[in-house]
Write a protein that binds this ligand. Structure first.
Ligand code: MN
Length: 247
């Protein structure tokens, strides 16, 4: 190779290296590109209750509701936002965040995302009972679906109560929907059926908090009595809406 040819090749190589290094490391726009593709996830807020703290009396007392919502739920929201500062994936809402939770997910995100989702749903699934003399029972599509899956509403209630009572320690009882049918199950701590790590998987339709903080002030160790009274508060219209959304 002639001297001039060698010089040309060397210059061309250097120019090419400079081009690539500019694009990969030196280009001042590259930082902006990386920044723009970083996750921009929502910040979570404590939702307002759809009723007053004393609205669920006498079945759930005012002080339990106030502490449960303004202290317990609030702490899940605060700690979730803190834990998410290091979270690398993107999500659009709390449902989608729950659907990303595996055994590899940081425990602070698992517990607080579950805590926020579960409580937000739990509040919506209750309402003041205006007809204390009448049985609070489902109607419409959800009643038909319950009868298809469990035989009768009474049989469903019995099975749900058993599962809620059997959950050892803290956790939740669920009515949830799978492709085939409605099912009853429970999860420990703040896990829920949206999480891939959960033993039960599906779309939650009804949720019952069986942590002691949900009932201890009024019921102490009598979880069965709390569950029995809670049936008076279930907002079956809301359950029906959640069920119909997937139809
Ligand atoms: Mn709770």
């Amino acid at each position: 190779m002639s001297t001039s040819r060698r010089k040309f090749v060397k210059q061309a190589t250097l120019a090419s290296m400079a081009f690539w290094s500019l694009n990969y490391f030196g280009n001042e726009n590259s930082e902006k590109i990386i920044e723009a593709s970083m996750p921009s996830n929502p910040t979570f807020f404590l939702p307002k209750l759809p009723y007053a703290y004393n609205a669920l009396e006498p079945f759930i007392d005012q002080m339990t509701m106030e502490i449960h919502h303004s202290k317990h739920h609030n702490a899940y929201v605060t700690n979730l936002n803190k834990a998410l500062s290091n979270y690398k994936s993107t999500f659009k809402d709390i449902d989608q965040l729950c659907s990303q939770i595996t055994t590899k997910t940081d425990a602070a995100i698992r517990n607080n995302a579950g805590g926020h989702y579960n409580h937000s749903l739990f509040w919506e699934l209750m309402m003041a009972n205006m007809n204390k003399d009448m049985e609070n029972a489902p109607t419409g599509n959800i009643l038909s679906a319950i009868e298809r899956s469990f035989g009768t509403f009474e049989a469903f209630k019995k099975q749900f109560e058993e599962v809620a009572l059997k959950r050892f320690g803290s956790g939740w009882a669920w009515l949830y929907e799978t492709k085939e049918q409605l099912k009853i199950g429970s999860t420990p701590n703040q896990d829920n059926p949206l999480m891939p790590l959960s033993e039960i998987k599906g779309k939650p339709l009804l949720a019952l908090d069986v942590w002691e903080h949900a009932y201890y002030l009024k019921y102490q160790n009598k979880r069965a009595e709390y569950i029995n009274n809670w049936w008076n508060l279930v907002n079956w219209e809301k359950v029906n809406t959640l069920y119909s959304l997937t139809k």
